[in-house]
Design a protein around this ligand. Structure first.
Ligand SMILES: Nc1ncnc2c1ncn2[C@@H]1O[C@H](COP(=O)(O)OP(=O)(O)OP(=O)(O)O)[C@@H](O)[C@H]1O
Length: 260
């Protein structure tokens, strides 16, 4: 069942006298529980697409359904409420409050949920800090944590509201190779355990290879979809071998079977 659906979505920005077409007729269905990567060159429209799915911005034309709700015509307050309850965000620069501890950062988005008691809030914070392996660091401020630990706090914060969808804009871009891999594996494990849908924008080949679906955009248009649900059981290497059997692959570069 699709958790996100876009129908003929266009997004234009006005820049002085100029109109910039950032998304040009995007139609896309994202299944519940996906671990999906959006790839494409700089300026292709990845962030714009994430912003529309995240209800941070609205399309110039077309329809967007989030968790089966048509979001066109919603007021900014209604969009903000939907965003707070259905969607978690992870950013490449972590975006933590520097003056708050790890626990307070995770608790922050829960403050707007008036139905949660203080005890419930605190227990959620402990639960998600434990899931990301940071219980011992609850009182640390971001500047007392490594980059990978900061991103773990950001993941706990994104999950604390128990959203159906987590949007991650280049989540490994500011992390070294090994730390980035740990963060990816953590998100993949959470995706497997809780069936939270993850949607990434990325330039990182490892993110693309770990995804069970890859959508590539160029100049605001989808140029290639790769991997549907039946592909999830295949590793990237198996997919490459299947798509490039030894005799056909001979003489091709190692990257030919994948997309960047
Ligand atoms: N607020 C804005 N006003 C005007 N033009 C914009 C605005 N935001 C984005 N654009 C333009 O829309 C297009 C798509 O931008 P977007 O940020 O979505 O690309 P991207 O694929 O995320 O790029 P990157 O990988 O560099 O982050 C670009 O041509 C960009 O210049």
């Amino acid at each position: 069942m699709s958790i996100v659906r876009l129908e003929h979505v266009f997004k234009e920005y006005t820049l002085g006298e100029q109109q910039v077409c950032a998304l040009n007729d995007i139609s896309l269905s994202i299944e519940d529980g996906s671990f999906m990567a959006i790839a494409g060159p700089s300026g292709s429209g990845k962030s714009t697409l994430l912003n529309l799915i995240g209800c941070i911005d609205t399309p110039s034309l077309g329809k967007i359904f989030i968790d089966h709700q048509d979001i066109s015509g919603r007021t900014p307050d209604e969009l903000s409420d939907l965003r707070a309850r259905a969607i978690g965000f992870i950013f490449q620069t972590f975006n933590l409050f520097p003056v708050l501890s790890a626990a307070e950062n995770v608790e922050y988005p829960l403050l707007q949920f008036k139905e949660l008691s203080v005890t419930e809030r605190r227990s959620r914070v402990s639960k998600y800090l434990a899931i990301v392996g940071l219980s011992r660091f609850a009182r640390h401020r971001p500047n007392q944590l490594s980059g990978g630990q900061r991103q773990r706090v950001a993941i706990a914060r994104a999950l604390a509201t128990q959203p159906k969808i987590v949007l991650a804009d280049e989540p490994t871009a500011n992390l070294d190779h090994k730390t980035g891999e740990g963060i990816l594996q953590l998100m993949k494990d959470i995706n497997g355990s809780f069936r939270t849908t993850f949607i990434f924008s990325t330039h990182d080949r490892r993110v693309m290879e770990m995804a069970n679906r890859l959508v590539r955009i160029e100049d605001g248009q989808i140029v290639r979809h790769e991997a549907e649900e039946q592909e999830t059981s295949l590793s990237a290497k198996q997919r490459r071998e299947r798509d490039n059997p030894p005799d056909r692959a001979a003489g091709q570069s190692e990257t030919d079977g994948t997309q960047t």
